[in-house]
Design a protein around this ligand. Structure first.
Ligand code: BG6
Length: 466
C-alpha cells in the first residue's frame, strides 16, 4: 500500500532574495536582504556600498533563468514549487500608493510558468524581504503602520494572482523574530534592555497582520488556503534531569507560542509569566484579540533541518536551522554544525498534529553541504540522497501514525545563496549552480546524482526510495 496521498505535493522551495538576483531591476526597491554582506548575522549596510560584494544582488539569477530552472524542476516531476514574492518588486519602499507594474508582470509570468509545468505554486508572502524603508525608517514590525502596508501588499497580490495560486503563507519562519529579529521581524533594536519588548511587540503586530490577511483572503479568494510558517527543527532535553526536561519544554514553547496564537487563535497563558518577568508590555488594540481569534490559519507549514539538545541554564539561541544547543552524541553533524535527525522529523510531525490537528506542510528540509564536480564531470552527492531518503521514511512513518501531511517541498532544489551565511559553498541543490562565495562562476546549472533519484521518488509517489 502506498501511504502517501495521491495528491501529495512533492516539490521544492526557494525564496526570492536567495535566488532571483536582478537587484533594482524593473523598479525593484531595496529590501533588508540587499544590505547583508554575509548572511543574517553578518555585517549589514543600510545603503549598499560601492565595491562591496553583496551575495543577494545577483544570487543565482533566477529572475532571468526561471524558465530553464523550472524545466529542470519539471524534469524531477515536481508537483509543487514554493517561492516568495519580493515585497520590494511590488512596493519598492513599502509605502507607494500604486504597485510597481513591472514587478507584478514578473510574477504574472513566473506563476504562469510554474502552472504551465503542472506544478502548484505555493507562495510565501514575506520571506526575510521587508523593504528597507519600512525596516529602518519606519522602525520595522514594532511599528503598527506596517500592518496596513502589509495588508495592502497582500490585497494587490491576491487580486492579481488569486486565480492561479491556492496555497499561500504569510511570514516565513515567523518564530525567528525571536532568534533572528533583524531578518524575520525587521527589528533592528540596539538597546539590549528593550530588545525583548521590541521582538514581542513586532510579533504581536505580525499576528494582527496575519489575521487580517486571512480575513482578506476569505473575502477575495475564498478557495485559497492561507498557512503560517515556522522554523521547527527539534530540541531534546540533554539529560533526563527534570531541570533539563522542563527548560527544554520552555524553549520549545518559545517557538510554539507563535503557532499557538495563529492556529489556536489566542495568546497562551504561559506567556503571561514570561511577559511579566521580562518586562514586556504589549500594546494591543481593542479589536486585535478578536481578529486573532476569528482568523486563524488553514494549515501549518514548517522547516525542519536538524535537532539539538538543551541543557538547563544554557541560553536560548539559534540560527536559520532552528535552536542550537548542546550537541547530541548520537547524531552525525554536517560541516556547518547541523545535526542530522530524521526521527526528529517524525517526532515533530506528531507533536504538531497532536497539538493543532490542522494539515501540515513540510515547507523546508534539506542538506546543506559542499559539493564537488568529480573527474567524470558529475556530482556524486550520495549524502544528500541518504539524508532525503531517511527524512522521507520518517514522513512515511508519521503518515502511518495518523498525521495529516499534504506536502514536502525540499529546500533549495537548485543551489542558492545561504540565508544564514550568504555563502554559495553551502549547497542544498539537486542542481548545481556554478558560482562561488566570491560571486565568480558561469551560473551554469548541472544535475547532481540526487536529481534523478528525487525524480524517481516523486514518480513513484514516495515508494521507490532506492
Ligand atoms: C530557513 C530559511 O531558515 O533555512 C531559508 O527559511 C534558509 O531562507 C534555510 O535558506 C537554510 O538556511 P541556510 O542558512 O543554510 O541558508
Amino acid at each position: 500500500m502506498n501511504i502517501f496521498p495521491d495528491d501529495f505535493l512533492w516539490g521544492g522551495a526557494i525564496s526570492a532574495h536567495q535566488a532571483e538576483g536582478a537587484f533594482l531591476e524593473n523598479g525593484k526597491g531595496i529590501s533588508i536582504a540587499d544590505g547583508l554582506r554575509n548572511g543574517m548575522r553578518g555585517v549589514y549596510d543600510v545603503e549598499p556600498l560601492d565595491g562591496i560584494y553583496y551575495p543577494f544582488h545577483e544570487a543565482v539569477d533566477f529572475f532571468h533563468r526561471y524558465e530553464e530552472d523550472l524545466d529542470l524542476m519539471q524534469g524531477m516531476n515536481f508537483k509543487a514549487f514554493r517561492t516568495s514574492i519580493s515585497w520590494t518588486r511590488i512596493y519598492p519602499s513599502g509605502i507607494e500608493e500604486k504597485p510597481n507594474e513591472a514587478g507584478l508582470v514578473f510574477y504574472d509570468n513566473l506563476i504562469k510558468a510554474i502552472k504551465r509545468r503542472g506544478m502548484e505554486p505555493i507562495i510565501t508572502i514575506s520571506h526575510y524581504e521587508t523593504p528597507k524603508y519600512l525596516a529602518i525608517d519606519k522602525g520595522g514590525w514594532e511599528n503598527r503602520e506596517l500592518i496596513d502596508l502589509f495588508v495592502k501588499f497582500c490585497k494587490t497580490i491576491f487580486e492579481r494572482y488569486g486565480v492561479d495560486v491556492k496555497y499561500w503563507m504569510t511570514f516565513n519562519e515567523i518564530n525567528n523574530v525571536r532568534r533572528l529579529p533583524r531578518s524575520a521581524g525587521a527589528v533592528f533594536e540596539k538597546d539590549k534592555n528593550r530588545l525583548k519588548q521590541a521582538i514581542y511587540q513586532a510579533s504581536h503586530n505580525m499576528f494582527v497582520a496575519n489575521a487580517l490577511t486571512v480575513k482578506l483572503a476569505r473575502d477575495l479568494i475564498p478557495e485559497a488556503k492561507i498557512g503560517t510558517m515556522l522554523s521547527l527543527s527539534n530540541v531534546y532535553p540533554n539529560t533526563c534531569n527534570p531541570k533539563d526536561v522542563f527548560e527544554t519544554m520552555q524553549l520549545r514553547r518559545s517557538s510554539l507560542f507563535y503557532s499557538d496564537v495563529m492556529i489556536r487563535g489566542c495568546y497562551p497563558t504561559y506567556m503571561n509569566r514570561f511577559f511579566e518577568e521580562n518586562n514586556v508590555k504589549l500594546s494591543i488594540e481593542s479589536n486585535d484579540l478578536e481578529l486573532i481569534k476569528r482568523y486563524t490559519n488553514d494549515y501549518l507549514a514548517f522547516s525542519y533541518y536538524r535537532s539539538t539538545t538543551h541543557r538547563f541554564g544554557s541560553p536560548f539561541v539559534g540560527d536559520t536551522g532552528g535552536d542550537q544547543g548542546t550537541p547530541n552524541p548520537y547524531l552525525e553533524t554536517t560541516a556547518w554544525g547541523w545535526q542530522i535527525d530524521p526521527i526528529g522529523l517524525r517526532f515533530t510531525l506528531n507533536e504538531l498534529y497532536d497539538r493543532y490537528q490542522v494539515p501540515l506542510l513540510i515547507a523546508e528540509n534539506g542538506l546543506g553541504q559542499e559539493d564537488f564536480i568529480s573527474d567524470d564531470g558529475k556530482i556524486h552527492d550520495t549524502n544528500r540522497i541518504e539524508y532525503v531518503r531517511e527524512h522521507i521514511r520518517a514522513i512515511e512513518e508519521a503518515l502511518k501514525d495518523g498525521v495529516k501531511i499534504f506536502g514536502y517541498t525540499y529546500w533549495g532544489p537548485l543551489d542558492i545563496v545561504s540565508a544564514g551565511t550568504g555563502e554559495m559553498r553551502k549547497r542544498y541543490g539537486f542542481i548545481y549552480v556554478d558560482k562561488d562565495n566570491e560571486g565568480k562562476g558561469t551560473l551554469k546549472r548541472i544535475k547532481k546524482d540526487s536529481y534523478d533519484w528525487f525524480g524517481k521518488v516523486i514518480a513513484s509517489n514516495g515508494k521507490d526510495l532506492d
